[in-house]
Design a protein around this ligand. Structure first.
Ligand code: SAH
Ligand code: SF4
Ligand code: F3S
Length: 488
């Protein structure tokens, strides 16, 4: 468990320790000396900004980077005009990638005004050798590049960069190491992501994640439970367990443990109110898990179950290892056992070789499962994946047409489903003040839908019962219910 580091005790003039995380604590202490120099020279503390560009997994990594920077003594800011800026990148689709290059030019403008500024790039995109080559060649002003496997080494890398004018690059191909006990600066005081596993072994043929995140590794259950207990003691009421395929959690542990069993243990933690997880691969979703969700009072009524395609032929090409019938049967079982659960999904349109018939199979699954919500993606070719060299890439106009039809269907079903809850009384976790109207707060239902209701900042992080007075398609306007109802 992470305890505050006692920097007074670290001997910064001796050799660095070889053990982790002590070695990183040592470099944090060294960086702190540099901050003192900075403060003397500039009569202010340096500012740092971490920009998250990826999924929840990346968001959690960004919190770790921010935690380290804060501990070193940086003032955290959301403005990119800072003394250290880190882009934590994503590369799951091409457009995520292009965004980074565009924004780097803009960052360079700041650096020209502040030559001591450090620009760092990390995350999934940096695990691709071509990307690093391109940055080395065309973006010479970048100071530090590191990857997903050595993120825990950030203090050491930052220190190296602060000591040098050269571009520092440290990328590892893979790792079997999990370093615990580093600081973390949470974005929300009342909810937090918790990694339960890293990497992915599934190699879906379109997906780059296994190449940039490495092989699947599960954290020890004791470490996970200790982290959650500590978070709860620190005011967290909702956790999101994170992994690319949480349903295969624990299979490779010395003492194997199923995901369902892990959930049962987490459920016991007193003070924890809500448990979410992401992502569930349909091929590994067990009946044991369905039962655990069904009988739990803390696991939220929301299951994200990526479909990707409804065509068994395409699913085979995608290496998803389930077919249309198996997916439908699974969705049926879940809906039967847990009738109030929201099922959401991810769908890719335009996978190589996808015909109109294949696409109609996807539409058919959408109509049968009736998702509460779905993320729809246009297939993006990722160099190095098997699908990138498949024949019959689908023409852009055909993909666009299918994408529009799918989106329309998904949205109309989602609105119909949302309307069903109109008028009912539900519990929300209040998350923030509404960005448009400060007299409103925004909260989330157990099924992940968003509700806006009259409120004030004191309500943030608390659970509250509201009546879903009006359904607005994707969200609700809630209204207060009588106090006594709130206390049941
Ligand atoms: N591990 C998760 C998904 C992580 S990536 C799972 O298996 O469900 C999130 C989503 O991005 C995927 O579900 C998929 O729908 C989409 N995606 C991944 N690679 C893609 C690609 N090459 N083109 C378009 N969408 C992609
Ligand atoms: Fe990618 Fe498939 Fe792994 Fe998800 S399960 S991260 S889609 S390879
Ligand atoms: Fe996540 Fe993007 Fe990496 S989706 S795992 S940040 S490639």
């Amino acid at each position: 468990m992470y305890n505050k580091i006692n920097f007074e005790k670290i001997l910064i003039n001796s050799n660095p320790p070889t053990e982790e995380p002590d070695r990183q604590y040592y470099f944090m202490a060294k960086c702190r000396e540099r901050i003192k120099d900075f403060e003397q020279k500039n009569s202010r503390l340096p500012k740092a900004c971490v920009v998250n560009m990826g999924c929840q997994m990346n968001a959690r990594d960004s919190e770790k980077l921010a935690g380290i920077l804060k501990e070193i003594g940086y003032l955290m800011t959301e403005e990119e005009q800072a003394d250290v800026v880190i882009y934590n990148t994503c590369t799951v689709r091409e457009n995520a990638n292009l965004k980074v290059y565009g924004r780097l030019g803009y960052l360079n403008g700041f650096k020209k005004k502040n030559p001591d500024m450090k620009i760092a790039l990390c995350g999934c995109m940096m695990q691709e050798p071509e990307v690093v080559e391109k940055i080395k060649k065309s973006y010479r002003f970048v100071d530090l590049i590191f990857g997903t496997h050595n993120i825990y080494k950030f203090p050491e890398l930052l220190y190296t960069s602060l000591q040098s004018e050269r571009m520092v690059i440290d990328i590892w191909k893979d790792t079997d190491k999990i370093v615990e006990d580093l600081p973390c600066d949470r974005k929300y005081s009342f909810k937090s992501g918790v990694n339960i596993m890293f990497g992915c072994n599934n190699f879906c043929s379109y997906c780059i994640v296994p190449y940039v995140r490495g092989r699947e590794r599960s954290r020890n259950p004791e470490d996970i439970l200790a982290e959650i207990r500590r978070l709860v003691a620190d005011g967290v009421v909702e956790i999101m367990l994170l992994g690319q395929n949480v349903n295969s959690y624990g299979k490779n542990l010395e003492q194997p443990m199923s995901f369902a069993e892990l959930l049962r243990n987490i459920e016991q933690i007193e003070g924890l109110e809500r448990i979410r997880f992401m992502t569930s691969h349909p091929k590994d979703l067990s009946d044991e898990l369905i039962q655990v969700i069904k009988h739990s009072s803390k696991i939220c009524r929301h299951l994200h179950l990526p479909l990707q395609s409804g065509s068994s032929r395409i699913l085979k090409q995608m290496n998803r290892r389930y077919d249309k019938e198996q997916y439908l049967a699974l969705a049926d079982r879940i809906r039967r056992e847990i009738p109030d659960i929201a099922i959401t999904t991810d769908i890719i349109v335009g996978f190589p070789g996808e015909t109109e018939e294949d696409f109609l199979e996807t539409m058919d699954v959408v109509q049968k499962v009736r998702y509460e919500s779905a993320f729809t993606f246009i297939y993006s070719k990722r160099t190095g994946t098997p699908a990138a060299v498949m024949e019959d890439q689908v023409p852009e106009d055909v993909v666009k047409n299918r994408f529009d039809r799918l989106l329309k269907e998904v949205q109309s079903i989602a609105a119909e489903k949302a309307a069903k809850l109109e008028g009912s009384v539900q519990e929300i976790l209040v998350e923030e003040i509404n960005a448009q109207d400060a007299s409103l707060v925004t909260g989330r239902l157990s099924n992940n839908s968003v509700v806006h209701v009259k409120g004030n900042p004191a309500m943030i992080g608390t659970l509250k019962k509201v009546r879903l007075a009006q359904c607005k398609g994707f969200y609700y306007i809630g209204e207060d219910i009588k106090e006594e109802d709130n206390e049941e």
